[in-house]
Ligand binder design. Structure first.
Ligand SMILES: Cc1ncc(C[n+]2csc(CCOP(=O)(O)OP(=O)(O)O)c2C)c(N)n1
Ligand code: SF4
Ligand SMILES: [Mg+2]
Length: 290
């Protein structure tokens, strides 16, 4: 097999682009650089589908299939099963889906994949709303954040995707962020080396939906990690490990003030958001110690 990456730069064609400062594009480039040519991708509708292309054109240099929003995990499991029948146990099969396609619409098929133990790497890039259809709130939207369907700020907390994955007892799951590309690459490589279902939940800055400056995407992501709004950790065979956790969390305003989606947040919501973040961080630290 010719490794296209050696022939050109990366596995995404030049000239194919998302909005300026999009975290999703950086995540997909990083993931494919880590996985290599022998990868088969399933991508549902969402912003990442633009890389699949239209008609006879594609922006991706690995095998890719665009499925439906509700069943990326089922498609990936089916492809894996087909490869096994053909005697192919070397290709990495990956579902690459947004938060809406994962935590809401595709959750049932993801649960089935994890329960059956299919050898699939599932990656959710989490930009915390249905961005491709105009910024509707999802169950991954944080408390207090504006979206077109939560005009006064989302009234409830974000769903805990890794908690759901851990409850299925899968061999490996982890969170990652563009705030730390080295850490993300390590986790993708580790997931590739493990047999069975793996899930990576990757925080994905979206300047268009978050109202943040395109040039500040990495800074915003770093603030998410420093405030505990996004915790970097992994769970391997049931053992939780936080990856370089901050010694002390910064106040959540350090993160929210960089994004217009939080500009209308009221005092009560801000207190609740801070409380949820602190509680979640302390809970994970306790789970690590157990
Ligand atoms: C079952 C179904 N419902 C709705 C849609 C319309 N739709 C296409 S893309 C999209 C947004 C998906 O959001 P997410 O998975 O978070 O990805 P993002 O656009 O944020 O990258 C929606 C709702 C669809 N294709 N299928
Ligand atoms: S709307 Fe957000 S996720 Fe979609 S391409 Fe633009 S920056 Fe990326
Ligand atoms: Mg989304």
């Amino acid at each position: 097999m010719i490794d296209i990456k050696k022939e050109s730069r990366g596995y995404i064609a030049h000239g194919v682009s998302a909005c300026a400062g999009c975290g999703m594009e950086l995540i997909l480039r990083t993931v494919l650089n880590a996985l290599g040519q022998d990868t088969t991708l399933v991508i549902p509708p969402g912003c990442s589908a633009l890389f699949c292309g239209f008609g006879k054109e594609t922006g991706l240099k690995v095998s890719t299939f665009q499925g439906n929003l509700e069943n990326s995990a089922a498609y990936a499991a089916g492809i894996r099963a087909g490869y096994e029948v053909q005697g192919n146990n070397h290709s990495t099969v990956v579902a690459f889906a947004g938060d809406g396609g994962t935590l809401d619409i595709g959750l049932q098929s993801l649960s089935g994949m994890m329960e059956r133990g299919d050898d699939v790497l599932y990656i959710c890039y989490d930009n915390e709303a249905y961005m491709n259809t105009g910024i509707q709130g999802s169950s991954a939207t944080p408390l207090g954040a504006w979206t077109t369907t939560t005009p006064t700020g989302k009234p409830v907390y974000k769903k805990d995707l890794l908690g759901i994955a851990m409850a299925h007892g899968i061999p490996y799951c982890a969170s990652a962020s563009v705030a730390n590309i080295k850490d993300m690459t390590k986790k993708v490589e580790k997931a590739k080396s493990i047999q069975g279902p793996k899930l990576l939940h990757i925080h994905c800055p979206c300047p268009t939906g978050w109202g943040s400056a395109p040039s500040k995407s990495i800074e915003v992501s770093k603030k998410a990690v420093q405030t505990g709004a996004w915790v970097l950790y992994e769970c391997e065979d049931g053992n939780i490990k936080l990856n370089n956790p901050p010694k002390e969390l910064k106040a959540v305003q350090e993160y929210t003030k960089l994004q217009k989606r939080f500009s209308g947040i009221n005092e009560e919501q801000l207190v609740a958001l801070q409380m949820g973040i602190t509680k979640n961080f302390e809970r994970l630290m306790r789970m690590q110690a157990e």
